[in-house]
Design a protein around this ligand. Sequence first.
Ligand code: RP5
Length: 175
Amino acid sequence: MSEALAPLEKTDLTADTPLVSVVMGSQSDWETMRHGCVFLDEMEIPYERRIVSAHRTPDRLAEFARGAQSRGVKVVIAGAGGAAHLPGMVAAWTTLPVLGVPVQSKALQGMDSLLSIVQMPGGVPVGTLAIGAAGALNAGILATSILALSDRELSARLETWRAMRTAAVADHPEE
Ligand code: RP5
């Protein structure tokens, strides 16, 4: 578990330190995970992105996950493919909310990633999203929703984004 807790304060959207940490098991996951980062950029949320492999860099994983809360991180988004143990291992080290994104694998099209992430034993939760880009985007949106619980400004940004999406839906299909 974390060594020291950051004080429970209102989120500081102008902070230099990240509020969301986006981690992925490999460079090859970036093509998927960037969809969440684009959203965090749009919401102007300070975040960091890192490659942390559960099996190739286990020490980096432990250091990252144990220290995230004391660095002020509020939500972790973790994406991995195949035997996707990264999100679960992060959740084992921290009580921060962990959102898991199953990356689409070549062998099993991401079903392996999905089941690896979603089937956490009771007691160590990983909030699991859809396979691929949609899951990464939704992880970014959910992370924003979590932060918005204690931040009116962020809540307003989220509402504006939703309203724009609603306004963009036509009444009738075009030929
Ligand atoms: C997992 O294995 C990664 O999360 C990635 O989705 C998958 C393939 O990794 P690379 O072979 O591209 O490094 O650890």
